[in-house]
Design a protein around this ligand. Sequence first.
Ligand code: FES
Ligand code: FES
Length: 181
Amino acid sequence: MSIIVNGSATPLPPDPRVSLLDLLREHLKLTGTKKGCNQGACGACTVLLDGERVVSCLTLAVQAEGRAVTTVEGLAQSDKLHPLQQAFIDRDGFQCGYCTPGQICSAIGMAAELERGVPSHVTGDLTAGTIAASREELAERMSGNLCRCGAHNGIIDAIAATFISKEAAQPYRPDGPEMAA
Ligand code: FES
Ligand code: FES
């Protein structure tokens, strides 16, 4: 029994109770993925499982058997950061950085959901072919990833700059115009 972690086949632990998060952090020493609440409430442990975002604290490692797991360590190409990683730096998308790996993995999965037309709680027109990626829409879709440092505005700026448009990613001002779709 094995899973693919960042492109490499990895044996699963014999104990079926091991979470995917503990497999990554404790067994494989991939400590980029963070443990916050360990109960599915904070998003710090988010990784991609076959391209879908999952909270790895609530995912058993055996559930990932034969599947591809991507962690924050698997996003950069040698010394070239993933564009979203660079955008987090450029747009002040973090302070302490504890939530950042989960935010980045979650945003990559979220962008794919948006592209597939998966609606969110705040999506207005469910019959429209495409979903307008307003600031409200992005914030709602990222609401499962908490940031104690309060870097949420920079996080949304970075996501918008990477996946939506440069204009959409203008720094947020509370009294400014709503971000264009
Ligand atoms: Fe998994 Fe908080 S550690 S959601
Ligand atoms: Fe510190 Fe988000 S940057 S918790």
